[in-house]
Design a protein around this ligand. Structure first.
Ligand code: G6P
Ligand code: MG
Length: 218
């Protein structure tokens, strides 16, 4: 049975993945590094510092730790300028309705986001109360594709892995779920997320029955 759903935040519940991209692109531009939407796929689900390292590596730049902290902080300020404009209704299509359906069916809801801004985003959207458990970037020691974040989520929700389903828009996140032996729904482009058990373009396109059959194949 499906007893819990654990959601990534950025790109699954809300389109903040776009804001992360725009802020990184601005930083890359300042550093004279080309950074495309395709390059950005590699950053999805990856921590702030690791994302910066990926960009610097792409630009073949080596800089001090101090300078790195400064650049990461600057990116975060730009990111927050977008985020702070968010309000209820700005969540992705179907997200709120899907969480309502889960609540009505007594399925527990968890968050597994690498972002240190996850709670802020949920508060701005007025969606915090949906979540029985929140695991965010301030709580993990191992980044996706390590399964720690989702395993921690399932433990805190007091459900078994086999009774939980993960929702992810990032390759690193899909791998994290699969490394933890979770079933995983990819949210996004099937050409990119083909590894997931099923892929849908948004939470508006998935029914509870589909989740149940995913969890319990006939
Ligand atoms: C999520 C996003 C990443 C982001 C990471 C850290 O995993 O998909 O793009 O880099 O969180 O977010 P933060 O808000 O802490 O910089
Ligand atoms: Mg994501």
């Amino acid at each position: 049975d499906v007893k819990a759903c654990i959601f990534d935040l950025d790109g699954v519940i809300v389109d903040t993945a776009k804001y992360h991209y725009l802020a990184w692109k601005r930083l890359a531009q300042e550093l004279g590094i080309t950074f495309t939407e395709e390059d950005n796929e590699e950053l999805k689900g990856v921590s702030r510092m690791d994302s910066l390292d990926i960009i610097l590596k792409k630009g073949k730049k080596e800089i001090s730790q101090e300078k790195k902290e400064e650049l990461a902080a600057r990116k975060n300020e730009w990111y927050l300028e977008f985020v702070n404009e968010m309000k209820p209704g700005d969540e992705l299509p179907g997200a709120r309705q899907f969480l309502d359906t889960l609540k009505q069916n007594d399925i527990k809801i968890g968050l597994g986001s690498s972002s240190k801004n996850a709670k802020l985003c949920l508060n701005l959207l007025n969606m915090t109360d949906y979540f029985d458990v929140i695991v965010d970037g301030t709580m993990i020691t191992k980044a996706k594709p390590d399964p720690q974040i989702f395993i921690m989520g399932a433990e805190k929700l007091d459900v078994k892995v086999e009774n939980s389903i993960v929702f992810e828009d990032a390759l690193a996140g899909i791998e994290a779920a699969q490394n933890g032996r979770f079933k995983v729904v990819g949210i996004g482009d099937p050409d990119i997320l083909g590894k997931a058990d099923i892929v849908r373009s948004s939470l508006a396109d998935i029914t509870l029955d589909e989740l149940k059959s995913l969890n319990n194949p006939k």
